[in-house]
Design a protein around this ligand. Structure first.
Ligand code: SF4
Ligand code: SF4
Length: 72
């Protein structure tokens, strides 16, 4: 399993990027439906620590489960 960032809820604030202990969050291509940059989690590296969910200021952007259908 892995955590998921819902691409179209993320606002590209990137608090999660330096917080991730395994550096598995990277910027996605282009803009999302909010018109902001967005970030995505590499599920093959994520260790399910939950830090990204704790630091993200956007409600609902980070989900504690693997939801590939929410990644654009
Ligand atoms: S998941 Fe949250 S903290 Fe990470 S880039 Fe998106 S809005 Fe910012
Ligand atoms: S759950 Fe932990 S390892 Fe996975 S993306 Fe979030 S901060 Fe990184």
């Amino acid at each position: 399993m892995a955590y998921t960032i819902a691409s179209n809820i993320c606002e590209g604030i990137a608090e999660c990027v330096p917080a991730c202990p395994v550096a598995c969050i990277e910027q996605g291509d282009g803009a999302n439906s909010k018109g902001t940059i967005w970030f995505k989690i590499d599920a093959s590296i994520c260790i399910d620590c939950g830090v990204c969910l704790q630091v993200c200021p956007v409600t609902g952007a980070v989900l504690p489960e693997e939801r590939p259908e929410l990644v654009i």
